[in-house]
Design a protein around this ligand. Structure first.
Ligand SMILES: [Zn+2]
Length: 256
């Protein structure tokens, strides 16, 4: 395992990372050639922009996660700030946004934020990073109602059939470390039905650490285990998969 990968979903501004800059410097030498650092509210999005400014191959997104919309008093001013951040150079996506029915968050409020941010992505012509936790049907309907939206289904957990539909709609499917778990449920089947030019991988670090490091703090150094599992399922040479994964990630986020 030597090829470098693109980590399409990470949270290096999470407080669980004591010294993300030192860690990233190391990771860019040994494991990754690019990474997307995702915001989840206004402050974290701003922090992502700041961190990305120190690394040429670290990109970032700005957006409001469904879990965080409840803490906001004024939706319009929060979205104005997200819009301003989206115009910065290193901001290559709007996210992460979506619906989360696992936690008890008022559905109406989540929907309002999701709908407004999908509209903003269309207006700014930016790809979106979608969070969908136990809300598959509503996420699908909402995306379908924004015809120009494209992007990536992050930490994909839906069915093989929906994965195929999303890839037909121009979306990328991003596989997290959970694909390495014994109880990976539908993910292996999903990997086999999605065209390889629509597949990317992610860590979602510091969360979702793959086997054999499950339970420890995750980082992009572990993304190779996820990539190796996907390559194995696709019956592909590991290095070939890495090359395609990097190409796909760059197309997804419009990176030259
Ligand atoms: Zn995330």
């Amino acid at each position: 395992m030597s090829s470098l990968l693109f980590d399409t979903h990470s949270h290096y501004t999470d407080s669980k990372f004591d010294d993300p800059a030192t860690l990233l410097k190391q990771l860019f030498e040994t494991d990754i050639c690019g990474a997307m650092c995702c915001g989840w509210d206004v402050k974290s999005s701003r922090d992502c922009v700041e961190l990305a400014s120190s690394f040429p191959d670290l990109y970032c997104s700005a957006g409001i996660h469904p879990e965080n919309c409840v803490d906001i008093e004024d939706m319009n001013s929060a979205l104005d700030e997200i819009k301003a951040l989206c115009k910065k150079d290193k901001v290559k996506a709007l996210g992460e946004i979506g619906l989360d029915y696992y936690w008890e968050i008022p559905k109406k409020k989540q929907m309002e934020y999701f709908d407004a941010q999908l509209g903003l992505a269309e207006e700014l012509d930016l790809p979106v990073i979608i969070h969908d936790r136990e809300a598959h049907g509503d996420v699908f309907d909402m995306i379908r109602s924004h015809k120009k939206v494209r992007g990536v289904m992050h930490g994909y957990s839906g069915s093989a059939e929906s994965a195929r539909q999303y890839s037909n709609m121009g979306f990328y499917i991003s596989f997290p470390g959970t694909i390495t778990f014994k109880n990976a449920a539908k993910l292996p089947e999903v990997a086999m039905v999605v065209p390889v030019d629509r597949i990317v991988v992610e860590t979602d670090c510091p969360y979702l650490t793959p086997v054999p490091f499950r339970g420890q703090l995750n980082h992009s150094g572990y993304i190779k285990y996820t990539a190796a599992k996907v390559a194995e399922l696709l019956n592909m040479d590991y290095n070939d998969f890495c090359r395609i994964e990097v190409e796909n990630s760059k197309k997804l986020f419009n990176i030259d």
